[in-house]
Ligand binder design. Structure first.
Ligand code: HAM
Length: 435
């Protein structure tokens, strides 16, 4: 066994190796195309942001702010963090760059790495990528349904057909204040039967007791008064409307009264999309989640502006596709290998490579090698159809040799005609292999 390398990826991070890049590109391009069709424009925000943005935005009581942020103290004494999520940065940019003056709603999408100091386990990383969308400036429930539809379209665009939408409404701030009291009241008589985290949460962020996964808390949770019974009229009406829109599109949703989401800014609709069908016994993984956040723009210093959005965990989507063995179609590998011998040939090769690129023909080469044998071996390993051999004499004579790899037959042609020659040969070979 080879010795363990001295340096490894930090815990909870990973390399995306060349072999995986086509799958990542396929997912990213499919998601981008869907988002663009729905009128979203791309935004990129920095990976580092002011810590205060998340304390105010994601919320002091959230796990993210409490224990998951990577804090950076700069030499200048600024308190920055590696961004744990994309929503507060997008709202910061919206306010800072005057996007409130653009036609409303403003629809933005982003993709990039997020950082959370979590205990790594299956599907949970410390650096992971999210694809997110945010619609800022529209309070209609049809927008909630539209983005859930977009989420579904994105999953289907990468051939994920089995998923379940968990949806709930947590109402406005006012109804939550009332509901939190009722929930605390209910849990008061069950203090001894719940886990220590829930006991803490009852004090700091009572709604979170509803998404505790601890087995002994489940029994208590089932009997808890559902938040949907305590919504104000407007939240209730909006939630009904969202469900009706989803019904009209036949989207597979499931009203989950325990879904509260761990970020403090949510209001009204919240949702999470899991892999697998509603009837599956095993709960799938959360591929993404989102909801309305009608108070965040104001909390971050803007006017009262409603908003809604979601983020998909790209790594989880990729894992699912890999598990299901769904890989994007392989890109055609280059069918030509350029062999060169001598300095003059290397010089001419540099310009020839550019000519092939301009002509849209992929080729392989190994300019650092000098031996013809090792270059032809490589050509064999790459399984190309043709090797082009540019020796010192050919370079002097303005010629080049075309070698057909399968038969070994060779022909010398003029250097200037090689692009045209290869275009013809490649086209002929395609025709032959199609017969
Ligand atoms: P979130 O639920 O915290 O929401 O994250 C969204 C998705 O990111 C999760 O469902 C999961 O797929 C992925 N994810 C989160 N943490 C990890 C992790 N440690 N490792 C791998 N994947 C992870 C948000 O971030 C909100 N900003 C979504 C949103 C946008 N709400 C409104 N607009």
């Amino acid at each position: 066994m080879s010795p363990k390398p001295k340096f490894q990826t930090p815990t909870g991070t990973k390399d995306i190796l060349p072999s995986m890049q086509p799958l990542w590109n396929f997912v990213l391009t499919s998601f981008e195309n869907a988002a663009k069709f729905y009128g979203f424009d791309r935004i990129d925000t920095p990976i580092i942001e002011d810590a205060e943005l998340f304390i105010k935005g994601t919320g002091m009581d959230s796990d993210i702010v409490q224990k998951q942020m990577y804090n950076l103290k700069t030499r200048g004494g600024d308190s920055l963090v590696l961004r744990p999520e994309g929503t507060p940065p997008v709202v910061r940019a919206y306010l800072e760059k005057g996007m409130a003056h653009l036609p409303s709603p403003v629809k933005l999408y982003y993709e990039g790495p997020m950082f959370r100091y979590e205990r790594p386990q299956a599907g949970r990383l410390r650096q992971f990528r999210q694809f997110g969308v945010e619609v800022i400036g529209d309070s209609s429930p049809v927008i909630d349904a539209e983005i859930i539809q977009l989420f579904a379209v994105m999953l289907e665009s990468v051939k994920i057909k089995e998923y379940t939408i968990h949806i709930n409404s947590i109402g406005t701030e006012q109804c939550r204040v009332k509901y939190k009291k009722i929930l605390k009241e209910y849990y008061r008589s069950h203090q001894r039967q719940i886990c220590a985290t829930c006991r803490d949460r009852l004090r700091s962020n009572p709604l979170r007791v509803l998404d505790c996964k601890d087995e002994k808390c489940q029994r208590i949770k089932i009997q808890a008064p559902p938040i949907l019974d305590y919504l104000d009229d407007e939240s209730s009406k909006d939630f009904k409307a969202v469900l009706e829109y989803l019904d009209s599109r036949n989207l597979p949703y499931f009203v989950n009264p325990n879904l509260v989401r761990g970020l403090d800014y949510y209001t009204k609709t919240v949702f999470e999309i899991f892999s697998g069908l509603p009837q599956d016994e095993e709960e799938g993984v959360a591929l993404g989640g989102g909801g309305r956040y009608d108070g965040l723009v104001k909390d971050l210093g803007g006017q009262d502006t409603p908003a809604v959005g979601f983020a998909i965990g790209m790594d989880r989507v990729i894992n699912l596709l890999r598990e299901q063995g769904k890989l994007p179609p392989k890109k055609a590998a280059p069918r030509i290998f350029l062999v060169q011998i001598s300095n003059l040939a290397k010089k001419k090769s540099l310009s020839l490579i550019e000519d092939f690129r301009s002509a849209g023909i992929n080729i392989r080469e190994s300019l650092g090698r000098d031996s013809i044998k090792s270059q032809l071996n490589l050509a064999d390993r790459f399984d190309v159809d043709y090797a082009l051999i540019l020796g010192h004499q050919e370079a002097l004579n303005d010629e080049i040799i075309i070698r057909e790899m399968e038969s070994g037959s060779q022909e010398t042609v003029s250097f200037g005609s090689i692009i045209l020659q290869m275009k013809k040969r490649l086209a002929r070979k395609v025709k032959k292999s199609k017969k």
